[in-house]
Write a protein that binds this ligand. Structure first.
Ligand code: ADP
Ligand code: MG
Length: 698
């Protein structure tokens, strides 16, 4: 079949389907489609997964031990020895200067592929065996007769292939396209930037990444293409943020010195430096006529609620209503209690809306909320999404605690223009804060308020359990309290491990801590019963609280200084860190014991990290490296295209650079209408479609 680009001068464009390229027809186009390649543009971005730098061929008598070399010769003989452990494939290759032995370990796959009489090129490490030079595990290529191009196809990229399309075939299809890169690829940046950022030009980068002359140039090509990929992603985020701000208005809330000091008087302590910093960032946002979209991150107990309450009181001082939402009723209740503590004798009207509130009383309250008489409404997300309507809602505070739902927030904001502050105790690695959540502003509380005791974390193996129990009993006798957390509510014994709270509770209550009051708390208990148990624990009437992860939320007891996690290998590291956040809230030293029996390398590494570090960010970063960014938060979930060449963890420095560059560009040319941004704009439209609203002004 004659193809379009076959003809000299045939037009070629990035958007052209690969089907019309030389060597591709409908059948291969289908295979390409499975590899995610539909157009010529996709093909150019179908990057090799590895690269071969084969040196030019030498004669066999010029081989030198220890070097890497390529030779061309006739296959004289082959031999295959398939032992139980190792399979060795051996060949002898000759040219007019000598004979060379080649061996491939695990070479079973070469049976039937390499045969006497073939002429091959082999490239690899030259070793010595029984005083003779040999090549070990070389890459090789069977040469067609007089195949002058063979050399070119030997080195270069190795592509992720499929069973129906080999890397070599892909290479043959891409090579001619590389010759036309000048027609296909446009430069994005001005020369100054390229120089400042030490980036090579974009055309060269595409040519070199597929066919690098040497490793150094490959490195430069990769760096440039990674930068572009990160830059476009950041530009997408910057534009999305700009658009949100540009199209939505919000009440500008003034913060005078008088208001500030009036709010601060409510807190019986000085705010920490971190709290002050977050507050000034938040007040700055709220003072602009654009909706705030800010994430407030800090470990459990770091003082986020206080910061959020500051924001709430600022909104109230400006005549607005505030909704404070929590994921569960326990937590909503907890928020309400702490707000009450700070607002004693204040004229600020606040209510807690719970599921238990029904009938006339509820109707009355809803009416007051609607008419704007109530300033602060606390409840769960579900409740507030229901029938509650606000007269003049100016700020929404969402405590997501440990979850993090970007979409949930997006929905909630639809049609409304309140400022939005999201609190989370999940330490978001800096890389993800800049990518998956890159259109949010982030405030971080790094250091908890002073006067917190240290937390010591130890893994406890089965053999040391009794000792740990004894240690804990001693603390209990000193009137301290303990948490025991289990992976599940009920279960049969698994491998002799008690992993369920109900069984664990019986054992602990009857045998281990018979002299103390041990109570059970889990999600299947009624709401009242739960509240009752928590209240008793808070008052110090309960010594040991046995539970599932429900205690993640809403329990703040400084006197509880011991946390035992049963089956700790079953929890993710972020969750372990959150659980540990329950203790270390008072002044005494606290202890976290991780009970785990595991052979899993990953689980062990996690537990070791917990022993080593109390820093949520460090832990999150570790987790990110361990699991890869894809698993934690996929960028796709956020409507961003997946990255093909860059890696947000490994290429962090480039990411930071690209981000700064992108946000600067948007602040200076928000719709990218300037002539010098035309190529970038086109690339963005190609990547994101019109989800960024760029086409509006095309
Ligand atoms: P978070 O919401 O991050 O879990 P909170 O705001 O509930 O944290 O604060 C945890 C505890 O620390 C509360 O008992 C609170 O009263 C106390 N606290 C908060 N900020 C300070 C501060 N600046 N100095 C002393 N104690 C503080
Ligand atoms: Mg809190």
């Amino acid at each position: 079949m004659e193809s379009v680009s076959d003809k000299a001068g045939g037009k070629i464009e990035l958007s052209m389907p690969v089907q019309y390229l030389k060597g591709v027809g409908p059948a291969r186009a289908e295979v390409f489609a499975q590899l995610g390649v539909g157009t010529v543009g996709d093909l150019l971005e179908y990057f090799p997964r590895d690269w071969v730098f084969a040196p030019g061929p030498v004669k066999i008598n010029r081989l030198e031990a220890g070097s890497t070399a390529s030779i061309i010769g006739l296959v004289e003989s082959v031999d295959y020895q398939g032992h139980s452990r190792s399979e060795i494939f051996e060949a002898f290759l000759s040219d007019e200067t000598g004979v060379c032995r080649i061996i491939w370990f695990h070479g079973g796959y070469l049976k039937g592929k390499l045969e006497p009489g073939q002429v091959i090129m082999a490239s690899g490490k030259v070793g010595v065996y029984k005083h003779q030079l040999q090549l070990t595990n070389p890459k090789f290529l069977v040469l067609d007769e007089k195949d002058s191009k063979a050399w070119e196809f030997f080195s270069g990229g190795v592509y992720p292939a499929s069973s129906r399309l080999s890397s070599g075939q892909i290479k043959k299809i891409i090579r001619p396209v590389l010759g036309r890169v000048d027609e296909l690829v446009d430069e994005f940046y001005e020369r100054d930037l390229l120089k400042k950022a030490s980036l090579i030009n974009r055309r060269e980068a595409f040519r070199w990444v597929h066919l690098p002359p040497d490793e150094e140039k490959l490195g430069k090509a990769k760096r440039r293409l990674k930068y572009d990929e990160l830059f476009l992603m950041q530009l997408g985020l910057a534009l999305r943020r700009y658009r949100c701000r540009h199209y939505c208005g919000a009440a500008a809330m003034k913060c005078s010195e008088e208001i500030d000091s009036r709010i601060r008087k409510r807190f019986p302590f000085l705010l920490t430096e971190d709290q002050d910093k977050c507050i000034s960032e938040i007040a700055g946002d709220m003072g602009r006529g654009e909706p705030m979209n800010r994430l407030l991150q800090g470990d459990v107990g770091s003082g986020k609620t206080v910061v959020a309450l500051y924001a709430a009181l600022l909104a109230v001082a400006n005549g607005s209503q505030v909704a404070i939402m929590a994921p569960t009723e326990i937590l909503a209740n907890q928020h309400f209690i702490s707000i009450e503590r700070y607002l004693r004798k204040s004229r600020v009207k606040r209510v807690l809306i719970t599921g238990g509130l029904t009938g006339k009383k509820r109707a009355e309250l809803l009416e007051q909320i609607k008419s704007g008489q109530i300033d602060i409404v606390v409840g769960t997300v579900a409740l507030l999404q229901g029938d509650v309507a606000f007269g003049k809602l100016g700020l929404v505070v969402i405590d997501e605690q440990h979850k993090f739902g970007v979409h949930q927030r997006a929905q909630l904001r639809k049609g409304e223009l309140p400022h939005c502050l999201v609190m989370t105790a999940t330490p978001i690695p800096r890389t993800l804060a800049m990518t998956a959540f890159g259109d949010l502003d982030v405030s971080i509380i790094k250091h908890s308020p002073p006067g917190r005791g240290a937390v010591v974390t130890r893994r406890v193996a089965r053999a040391d359990r009794a000792k740990a129990y004894e240690f804990i009993a001693e603390r209990l006798r000193a009137k301290k309290q303990a948490y025991f957390v289990y992976p599940r509510i009920t279960a049969v014994e698994e491998n002799g491990d008690i992993v369920a709270a109900t069984e664990g509770w019986e054992e602990l209550a009857k045998k281990v801590f018979g002299k103390f009051r041990v109570e059970l708390l889990h999600g299947r208990m009624s709401s009242e019963k739960k509240q009752e148990v928590i209240a008793e624990f808070r008052r110090g009437k309960i010594d040991v609280l046995v539970s599932t992860v429900v205690i993640e939320v809403g329990v703040d007891v400084p006197n509880a200084t011991i946390m035992v996690v049963e089956g700790a290998d079953r929890f993710g590291i972020a969750q372990l860190h959150q659980l540990r956040g329950r203790i270390g809230r008072g002044e005494s030293k606290s202890y976290c014991f991780l009970f785990a029996e595991t052979d899993s390398e990953v689980a062990r590494s996690r537990l070791e990290m917990m022993e080593r570090s109390n820093d949520g960010f460090e832990i999150a970063e570790h987790d990110l490296r361990l699991r890869g960014p894809g698993e934690l938060f996929s960028t796709r979930q956020h409507g961003l295209p997946d990255l093909k060449i860059a890696n947000i963890v490994e290429d962090y420095d480039l990411l930071v650079m690209a981000r700064r560059h992108a946000f600067e560009m948007v602040s200076q040319d928000p719709m990218l209408t300037q002539a010098e941004h035309r190529n970038i704009r086109r690339a963005l439209l190609h990547k994101f479609g019109d989800s960024l609203g760029l086409a509006d002004v095309a």
